[in-house]
Design a binder for this molecule. Structure first.
Ligand SMILES: Cc1ncc(COP(=O)(O)O)c(C=O)c1O
Length: 449
């Protein structure tokens, strides 16, 4: 039987359980069966195309089926597909680690690898806790921001604050301390984002003053809270936070799993504040969006706290089977080659300016409260009432209507609630940006009628 869209989707529904999905929704529409991708485009088995405006869950940087990344993985495949990383090593991972240490903010000197982003978050939480324990201190708390997201495993959920994902599992979670986010959408009329972020920092400072003795680390998503609706804040908050973490002797974990690798305009978001965290977490775009690989970079200070005679029982005995997979490392090295050779960040500045121009008129829409942007992330906040900014009842699923409109018009837009956003691969063209803006405008206009 020929591989038709319908045939695959129907078989899918007999045996799969999809991530982040109420499966009953698929009684109304089947999963879209994709047969190939090229650049920013995905193509289904019926030949329909979709412009991937969300980089397939924020992972893809240089397009689907990128010839340079394909070649790197194919080349590696002929040599070594995988090897245990405990007691063994390989050239692609050594090269990748040298390059990441060179690229990351100064002072980050060691790379500990995992697979998905959530597992890198778990590593940072455990490593920070264990650091203090090796130092003879029994600290157990973590501080994080309201509206933050760090993944779905239990430790990561504990430091996250998106109720939709977290609430059900609350009885199973660590007791994190949540401090109000400096999210500039909440600022007073006429107040600058920098002033608002600075003002909000007072709560973080007071929390640190009260809880530092029992706190392992503060964990934040630098500059953009992505899953929390692409909410953005000013770099000044990170600057103040770095200084306070140093002052109170608490670790700072920068979760750049979503915002790393150029999304915010700089290679890493922390650069815009000129800070070095104690832990920098990277994933998603690390392999150009090809294979699961994540990494927790940390300082020599942290590393040395674990370095001892085996009998001292200070080692970090954490592992995942596919840690440091050579194919994934080859994809990551090819991704870094593209950054090195193609002046990517400069080119992205032009693309970001074009996204801003193409969506400038959205702020005039009667149901758009804000259009915000940081680098290659642009978000449009749909609301029921523009003057009061009151949202639509979530049960109305207005964002879903935009999603459906997008799919019918060659665009994969996947709003977060009522926030429509673009976070495209960096190979998008200006014409494609205009196309996206057109579909998004029509989708928003229809969904808010
Ligand atoms: C900031 C942040 N941290 C962690 C994660 C978890 O990564 P993964 O889905 O690869 O487990 C995500 C995923 O969206 C994220 O946005």
């Amino acid at each position: 039987m020929a591989l038709s869209y319908q045939y695959i989707s129907q078989r899918d529904l007999q045996v799969l359980w999809h991530p982040c999905t109420q499966m009953r929704d698929h009684e109304d529409y089947t999963p879209i069966a994709i047969q190939r991708g090229a650049g920013v485009w995905l193509e289904d088995y019926d030949g329909r195309r979709y412009l991937d405006a969300i980089s397939s869950w924020w992972v893809n940087l240089f397009g689907h089926a990128n010839p340079r990344i394909n070649a790197a993985i194919t080349g590696q495949l002929g040599k070594l597909e995988h090897v245990i990383l405990a007691g063994f090593t390989h050239e692609p991972i050594v090269t990748l680690s040298e390059r990441l240490v060179a690229l990351a903010p100064p002072g980050l000197a060691r790379c500990f690898y995992a697979s998905d982003g959530s597992s890198a978050v778990e590593i940072a939480l455990k490593m920070s806790f264990h650091f203090w324990r090796n130092r003879g201190e029994a600290r157990t708390r973590f501080i994080s921001l309201s509206n933050s997201y760090h993944g779905e495993t239990l430790g990561a959920l504990s430091v996250g604050d998106v109720a939709l994902y977290k609430e059900t599992y609350e009885p199973l979670l660590l007791r994190a301390i949540t401090v109000p986010s400096p999210d500039c959408y909440q600022r007073e009329p006429g107040e600058s984002c920098a002033d608002y972020s600075t003002r909000l920092f007072a709560v973080m400072d007071a929390t640190l003053a009260r809880h530092a003795h029992e706190t392992c680390a503060v964990i934040v998503e630098p500059l953009v809270q992505c899953a929390g609706g692409m909410r953005m804040y000013d770099p000044v908050y990170l600057k103040l936070l770095r200084a306070a973490c140093t002052k109170y002797d608490v670790h700072l974990i920068a979760d750049e799993i979503a915002v790393g690798f150029g999304r915010t305009g700089t290679m890493f978001a922390c650069e815009q504040a000129g800070i070095t965290p104690d832990f920098l977490l990277l994933g998603k775009g690390l392999t150009g969006g090809y294979l699961p690989l994540s990494v927790c970079l940390t300082t020599d200070d942290v590393y040395q706290a674990f370095y001892a005679e085996y009998a001292a029982q200070k080692a970090f005995l954490h592992s995942h089977s596919y840690t440091g997979n050579p194919l994934a490392c080859a994809a990551a090295n090819a991704t870094l080659d593209i950054f090195r050779d193609d002046d990517v960040l400069n080119h992205n500045r032009q693309l970001a300016a074009h996204m801003a121009n193409a969506t400038a008129h959205f702020s005039d829409h009667a149901h758009v409260a804000e259009v915000r942007q940081r680098g290659m992330i642009l978000a449009i906040e749909m609301v029921q009432n523009k003057p009061t900014r009151s949202p639509y009842p979530w049960q109305e699923r207005r964002g879903l209507a935009v999603y459906r409109h997008g799919l019918a018009n060659e665009a994969l837009l996947r709003p977060l609630g009522d926030v429509v956003y673009f976070m495209p691969p960096y190979v998008i063209t200006e014409t494609e940006i205009e196309q996206l803006a057109k579909v998004a405008w029509e989708g928003i206009d229809r969904a808010t009628r």
